[in-house]
Ligand binder design. Structure first.
Ligand code: BDR
Ligand code: CA
Length: 303
């Protein structure tokens, strides 16, 4: 099975990604690390602890960086994921406690312990991974791969005409990761807006065998309202698609290219092809088999 750590800013689609990973029989979820983005880092940690418990997981949750690498801290927007990140649901009281290790330290230790086997899926701003790379020169080599949700190569952004939200919130960190030489895969808006979940899909999840379904349906209702307000019939399967790409890269059309992140000006947060002669190529998901992705996503709720 795949040894996985999810780096997350929960977040409704983050909750869907965590649920998918928690329930998938071939994933061994080793922990969650948290980051600001949809909510503050402190709230992300509370939500991650709550979600882990809700999914029946007993795993470490390590709290991450409180601000971007270089940009100033920012106040999370509440329109997309709600005041506390989980739609209309009230802020869950934290039950467990976070790991004594900071996220970057936890990531370095786990990469060392599971050398060559650890898969990391960052599904929020990628600050913690950049910090781990800066902290430990072996980190890039120790990890098997980093498959992140973020960026937009050949399509418009979702927070500006150029930038996708996760890339926008810490482009400097993203550029550190893209320059690191680690085995990196970008799963951005080029594919994550090709698989939309609508009301029917959430009702389907809610009536499957697994008891977490109705909870996810409730989260989904809030997320769908936002997507409807911007004229889409369903919500993007953003974060779950990074986990799916880590597990089943064959469901995506991947292109290999050196990538970089724009770090200033109006295009800040844009991801683009790099002209650098020294930068190693990343894999970029540019197409996908939407039916097969939907199929694996729904399948985990059947047990
Ligand atoms: C990304 O931004 C966040 O709002 C989502 O959780 C996802 O990680 C999509 O652009
Ligand atoms: Ca996210």
């Amino acid at each position: 099975s795949v040894k996985l750590i999810i780096d997350t800013d929960p977040g409704i689609d983050d909750a869907l990604a965590i649920a998918y990973a928690a329930l998938h029989p071939d994933i061994e979820l080793l922990g969650l690390t948290t980051i600001f983005g949809n909510v503050t880092t402190a709230q992300a940690t509370r939500n991650a602890l709550y979600l882990a418990e809700k999914m029946g997981l007993s795993i470490p949750v390590a709290s991450g960086a409180e601000k971007p690498l270089t940009l100033p801290p920012f106040a999370p927007k509440t329109r997309v994921h709600g005041l506390e990140g989980l739609g209309h649901l009230p802020a869950p009281a934290p039950t467990g406690t976070a790991s004594p290790l900071a996220a970057a330290q936890f990531l370095c230790e786990m990469a060392e312990r599971h050398r060559g086997k650890l898969v990391i899926c960052p599904i929020g701003p990628i600050t913690n991974i950049a910090r781990a790379l800066q902290m430990d020169t072996n980190f890039a080599r120790n990890v098997d791969k980093i498959v992140f949700m973020g960026g937009a190569l050949d399509v418009r952004g979702n927070v500006s005409p150029y930038a996708e939200a996760n890339a926008f919130h810490d482009p400097h960190a993203l550029d550190v990761v893209l320059a690191s030489g680690a085995n990196v895969t970008m799963v951005g808006l080029d594919v994550t807006l090709k698989v939309l979940l609508d009301e029917q899909d959430f009702s389907h999840i809610a009536t499957r065998k697994h008891p977490v379904g109705p909870f996810l349906k409730e989260l989904g209702a809030f997320y769908l309202d936002f997507y409807k307000s911007i004229g889409l019939s369903g919500c993007g399967l953003h974060d779950p698609m990074a986990i799916i790409a880590a597990l089943y890269p064959g469901l995506f059309t991947m292109e290999s290219m050196a990538l970089e992140a724009v770090m200033e000006g109006e295009a800040s947060g844009q991801t683009c092809r790099s002209q650098s002669k020294t930068r190693l190529p990343s894999h970029v998901a540019l197409g996908c088999d939407a039916d097969a992705i939907r199929h694996t996503f729904f399948s985990v709720f059947d047990q």
